[in-house]
Ligand binder design. Structure first.
Ligand SMILES: [Zn+2]
Length: 234
């Protein structure tokens, strides 16, 4: 293989690694966002469970207040009943007291039911908390490994770039502009191989004189179809 081409092939390998690392690094913020998105569903479920729990507690408090109001009223009516001298008024007050007492009974039954609901929603809330905590743990682990991957790739990238700088110094200066142009325009493959008379870059059979020039290994030869630098299949 031509020395110039050997040098370029190694350079191409490092350049492709740089591109691949940069591509993977650019992917990391999306991976991070995807990991965090896993939490959204569980957070929403917890919020719903919490809202239901709070609403149930409020319901209990409201019923308690209703009971208290009626008990106060009953107390007042009983005082009035105690003070009255009129039989008719005494009986009327008695009816009122019975009516309010019945309401208190009904409300106290309601209060018990509401308290049971509070228990149900408290349980649902702690279940939702547990689910979220479990997901949070997984997400935290994901985020840690993404961070580690980031650091590893940054280190590799720096290493490969440093290596590339050394390699580029040994490559024929005249070839570098062509190499750079082909790397950009030919999908990061500036050098292709001649295999069974075909260029492995564009898969087109090269003309006879091109094939002969490549096989002769005397000068750098480009594919007559795609322009890539051709190396012998070894
Ligand atoms: Zn080609």
């Amino acid at each position: 293989m031509l020395e110039e081409i050997r040098g370029l092939l190694i350079l191409q390998d490092r350049d492709r690694r740089v591109l691949s690392l940069e591509k993977n690094l650019a992917q990391l913020p999306q991976d991070e966002a995807r990991a965090k998105a896993k939490l959204a569903g569980d957070e929403a479920a917890l919020k719903k469970a919490h809202d239901e729990f709070v609403a149930a507690e409020l319901k209990v408090k409201k019923v308690e207040m209703d009971v208290q109001t009626r008990k106060t009223t009953i107390q007042r009516l009983e005082n009035q009943q105690f003070e009255t001298k009129k039989n008719e008024e005494y009986n009327a007050l008695g009816h009122e007291i019975t009516r309010y007492s019945k309401e208190v009974d009904e409300l106290e039954t309601k209060e018990l039911e509401a308290m049971e609901e509070v228990d149900v929603f408290r349980k649902k809330q702690s279940e939702a908390e547990a689910v979220l905590a479990k997901t949070q743990k997984i997400v935290d682990e994901d985020l840690v490994s993404i961070k580690q991957r980031h650091a590893q790739m940054e280190a590799q990238l720096a290493e490969v770039k440093a290596e590339r700088e050394k390699l580029v110094a040994n490559v024929d200066e005249d070839l570098l502009p062509l190499y750079g142009k082909l790397m950009k325009s030919k999908d990061a493959m500036a050098i292709a191989t001649l295999k069974n008379g075909q260029c492995t870059g564009c898969h087109v059979k090269v003309i006879a004189s091109t094939a002969i020039a490549v096989q002769g290994e005397q000068e750098v030869t480009q594919c007559d179809n795609c322009g890539r630098i051709l190396s012998m299949d070894e």
